[in-house]
Design a protein around this ligand. Structure first.
Ligand code: ATP
Ligand code: MG
Length: 449
């Protein structure tokens, strides 16, 4: 370990266990291409953190001193994306490597040091940082140096970079010490960093839960103070982040932290209020059970679609709204639609669930009735629905221990396996009329794609 410029620490190859064998060959290819063209390139962020922890990185991010335009000229398989951050995506057969240009936190930063000047002087600097009146970053395309790029990242453990030239790891923020101690700590003043981007609060919670780390005391205190400001983040980003939290494989832990910090009540004010109350003398326990169920599936490497996730987490709440509409005299289907619409109306101003996912969520709940009608009309077209598995899964998880439901599910499973014309099962038949006519099936767009 040796000291580099500006208080950085450089960990030589023989002092760390990160081997190129564990890296994506495409990421390595990208780094070497940058290097061969006279630019610098580093692996950075989550992948370096995960490699050091012996975890498999989800994706490999690269930073360079080449501008997005220069990267585009270097790679035929490159597309430039992003408005908030201008990024280059290098498309390989089964992977996209994200290449970002070093960025700076501030628009009027002091002149870079000699070493960095060499890295940056051949490219333009665009003062394209935009903050709103409350200090929230709206756009941040200010190019910077390697050090500035490390300092503008969210947490110390996310700021480490890996140098392809000598395979060393560079630490500007004390990230390595925090990684060894299992600590999530913002870089700089946590109050300022959460004000600049409130989504960082959710990221702190997710990393703490996923890595089994603790949130450092000052970071945690600032987070609790700022929790209510989470609603200032864009609803579509909050939706993406909510999926990441609940599909992280540690959703139950994330929820616990969200509750303790006040983030959950800020994100889901109505639902959170309902969750704390009882219905007919019973506490609402399904939400917690579902979080554990989703965690177990994700940990086994199985996928849970966003509509199914939302149905599992919020289905009981929506059912209760449905019952209210029923009591007011609305027919069942109409009541489900109204309940789902009410749920969307409450949630979407803060967390933007897309209309497509909202409708798919509603369908999973409203099609539960269809499962009871055996065989019902045209069961083969019901089985062919793109969300058939989600409908079955929802039923199995939420009321699969009831005897009659088990039988129904067995029947549907058998039909789905065979996909042959359905015959009436006398034991289970409830409605009348088997398959009547065959209509040409149209393929529907899968809302989970
Ligand atoms: P994951 O395992 O979820 O991919 P990650 O740390 O790689 O974790 P990404 O969202 O892929 O997270 O972001 C890559 C890197 O970009 C982060 O490690 C961090 O350095 C930086 N970063 C991402 N989001 C922010 C943010 N909101 N503010 C500052 N830096 C961020
Ligand atoms: Mg990542």
């Amino acid at each position: 370990m040796k000291k580099g410029k500006s208080g950085s620490i450089i960990i030589a190859r023989q002092e760390h266990g990160v081997s190129r064998k564990l890296m994506s060959p495409n990421a390595l290819r990208t780094l070497y291409r940058l290097k061969d063209n006279g630019y610098v390139g580093y692996l950075v962020g989550g992948c370096v953190r995960d490699l050091l922890l012996g975890r498999e990185p989800k994706d490999f991010d690269v930073v360079t001193n080449a501008t997005p335009g220069e990267v585009k000229r270097m790679f035929r398989n490159c597309r430039l994306v992003g408005r908030r951050f201008r990024l280059a995506h290098i498309h390989y057969q089964d992977e996209i490597i994200e290449v970002a240009t070093f960025r700076s936190q501030v628009s009027n930063e002091p002149d870079p040091g000699q070493e960095e000047a060499n890295e940056t002087d051949h490219r333009q600097r665009h003062p394209r940082m935009l903050k709103d009146d409350d200090g929230m970053i709206l756009r941040d395309n200010v190019y910077g140096t390697r050090e500035e790029d490390a300092l503008r990242r969210d947490f110390t453990v996310n700021s480490l970079s890996y140098n392809i030239v000598d395979f060393s790891i560079i630490d500007y923020t004390g990230g390595l010490a925090d990684l060894n101690a299992g600590i999530i700590r913002t870089i700089g003043d946590p109050a300022v960093r959460f004000q600049e981007d409130p989504v960082r609060m959710l990221r702190a919670v997710r990393f703490a839960a996923q890595l089994a780390f603790t949130i450092e005391e000052n970071t945690r205190k600032a987070l609790v103070v700022a929790a209510d400001t989470i609603v200032r983040a864009s609803p579509s980003r909050l939706y993406e982040e909510m999926l990441k939290l609940f599909l992280s494989g540690e959703g139950a832990k994330c929820y616990e932290l969200l509750r303790q910090t006040g983030l959950f009540a800020a994100l889901f004010p109505d639902f959170s209020h309902w969750l704390d109350a009882e219905s007919e003398g019973f506490p609402h326990t399904r939400f917690g059970e579902m979080l554990h169920y989703v965690d177990s599936r994700v940990q086994q490497g199985e996928k849970v679609s966003p509509p199914l996730l939302l149905a599992l987490l919020f289905g009981e709440y929506i059912d209760e709204k449905t019952a209210q509409f029923r009591r007011q005299g609305a027919p069942w289907q109409q009541s489900v639609n109204a309940a789902a619409a009410e749920f969307m109306g409450e949630t979407c101003p803060i967390i933007m669930i897309t209309n497509r996912v909202g409708l798919a969520l509603r369908d999973i709940i409203s099609q539960q009735m269809r499962l009871k009608k055996i065989p019902g009309r045209r069961p083969e077209s019901f089985i062919a629905r793109h969300d058939f598995n989600d409908i079955i899964e929802y039923c199995r998880i939420t009321c699969g221990d009831k005897k009659d439901v088990v039988k129904q599910l067995d029947w549907w499973a058998a039909q789905a396996r065979q996909q042959v014309p359905v015959s009436l099962s006398p034991e289970l038949s409830e409605g009348t009329g088997g398959p009547k006519r065959r209509r040409k099936r149209r393929r529907r767009r899968n809302p989970n794609e």
